[in-house]
Design a protein around this ligand. Structure first.
Ligand code: NAD
Length: 458
């Protein structure tokens, strides 16, 4: 369903009327296109210290024009604020006020990214206050940005530095058009040793050099619920990035599924993921055709909304069965199989309803919050290995699922995010492709919201 209001306010006269009346003016987002230039205008690297200096050097190596202070009137593609040394809340003042000057100069679709250490990694109250303070300030500035600009953070865990490959991988994602609808988010990164299992060097090269066009080349990925909507787009984006895709959906969606598989040059596998042998059939399919399974995207999901007072067992059970019980069962079987790669990635679809709750969705929210619980526990079990598991929590995404929402509610829902619009399936797919890539090797157990910083709840 097209967002006609967004299209309208981006034409001259209706745009002026919307401005005069103080109506929302959602911008057309800067989305990724192959060959995109990460930062056509200069990038500010605010903050002092070795971490900030080293990061500025890396960006220069990416052929980005770097500024260490705002130059009056000069437009900026991005403002990066490095606060890795903040040990008391007063340390934030200078860099954040400089950021305040920079946001006025951001081009449409500009980026704010803060790099700082985790409050969870210190027992010093003042240091923790400073670190947690960055979180609050960046979430707030993200709400203030306009013109399709976003504000996010990279949280350095443990010994991670500002220039570790995994930090740089996260930074590239946040600066690029691939993160167009990711706003008000904090990616926690840990240092990962490049031990030959993952190709981390790929994230550190200069612009146009060393960065693979196809970061998933040679990987085999299974995507459930791939016949339509977000799943079909995930299949497309993973294939664009070089993966061989196995598209899974129920037999009733067989025709659409075959069309998706053909379009992405992959294979189709008709099965119901709630069947006890679902994982076994996927593993069999992979073993016969591809050898190893590298990426699992648990995307299939359903809603059966009712107020809890009117909820029946059939609605409750079907949502739990598809959205979480099947994933638990399948993961257990994947992880027990030698077909699942030693550096395998699992990415599971949660939802902002599973974070903030949603009226009429107790069953759905239980299942999606369940996904988050599952991801965190499994990630802890992976700790130290090359496997990762993460969740992506979409907010309002323009699909068949949200087209069913009554028109007025749909209009309101769209405007309730900082970006004042719904996201597109491709926005979710890009976050998943990033988490599946080597660039995200240091990201494990995270929940990345793709919600335009929805204002409701979380
Ligand atoms: P959709 O309804 O358009 O597509 C879901 C697909 O999953 C369908 O093709 C369906 O046939 C398949 N499926 C359902 N049950 C299955 C089963 N038992 N076995 C195999 N396949 C099955 O949904 P969508 O909007 O594309 O959502 C995709 C995922 O994103 C879901 O997990 C959903 O909960 C989540 N999500 C969507 C939104 C949104 O705004 N659309 C928001 C938050 C989360």
């Amino acid at each position: 369903m097209a967002d006609t209001y967004l299209e309208l306010v981006n034409t001259p006269l209706p745009g002026r009327i919307a401005r005069a009346l103080g109506l929302p003016r959602p911008a057309v987002l800067r989305r990724y296109t192959p060959g995109e230039v990460l930062a056509p205008r200069p990038v500010l690297v605010a903050g002092a210290g070795a971490g900030a200096d080293a990061l500025a050097d890396v960006l220069l190596g990416w052929d980005i024009e770097v500024r260490r202070h705002v130059l009056p009137g000069e437009k900026l593609s991005a403002a990066i604020v490095v606060l890795d040394r903040a040990s008391s809340p007063t340390d934030l003042t200078g860099p954040l006020l400089e950021l305040g000057q920079a946001v006025k100069l951001l081009v449409p679709g500009g980026r704010v990214v803060a790099l700082f250490r985790s409050a969870a990694d210190t027992t010093d109250p003042a240091e923790a206050a400073a670190r947690q303070g960055v979180d609050g300030a960046i979430r707030s500035v993200a709400h203030e940005l306009r013109g399709g600009a976003t504000g996010n953070g990279i949280v350095l865990r443990g010994t991670a530095t500002t220039t570790d490959p995994t930090t740089l991988g996260a930074l590239r994602f946040l600066l690029s058009g691939k993160s167009a609808y990711v706003d008000g988010q904090f990616l926690e990164v840990t240092a990962v040793s490049a031990d030959g299992v993952v190709d981390l060097a790929a994230t550190t090269g200069a612009e146009g050099e060393g960065i693979p066009d196809q970061p998933l080349a040679g990987r085999t990925a299974v995507v459930t619920g791939a016949a339509r909507g977000i799943g079909a787009k995930i299949a497309e984006v993973l294939a664009r990035d070089g993966a061989r895709v196995i598209a899974v959906d129920v037999p009733a969606a067989g025709e659409q599924l075959a069309a998706v598989a053909n379009r992405v040059g992959g294979t189709a596998l008709q099965l119901d993921i709630t069947a006890p042998d679902a994982a076994a059939r996927i593993l069999e399919h992979v073993r016969g055709r591809y050898g190893a399974l590298d990426v699992v995207v648990h995307n299939a999901g359903i809603t059966r909304d009712k107020l809890l007072a009117n909820m029946d067992a059939a609605r409750w059970d079907s949502v739990i069965a598809v959205n979480i019980a099947s994933q638990l069962r399948m993961n257990e079987q994947f992880l027990a199989s030698p077909v699942f790669s030693e550096s395998g990635r699992i990415i599971s679809l949660a939802s902002t309803s599973g974070i903030a709750g949603n009226r009429g969705q107790t069953n759905y929210a239980a299942s999606k919050a369940g996904v988050i619980g599952m991801v965190r526990a499994q990630a802890a079990a992976f700790d130290g290995g090359a496997r990762t598991i993460n969740a992506v929590a979409p907010g309002f995404i323009e699909t068949d699922m949200t087209a069913k929402i009554p028109p007025l509610t749909r209009q309101v829902a769209r405007r309730l995010s900082s970006l004042q619009q719904g996201g597109l399936p491709v926005d979710v797919a890009e976050a998943i492709a990033f988490l599946a890539s080597d660039a995200a090797a240091g990201i494990n157990g995270q929940v990345v919201r793709v919600c335009g910083q929805n204002l409701v709840g979380a």
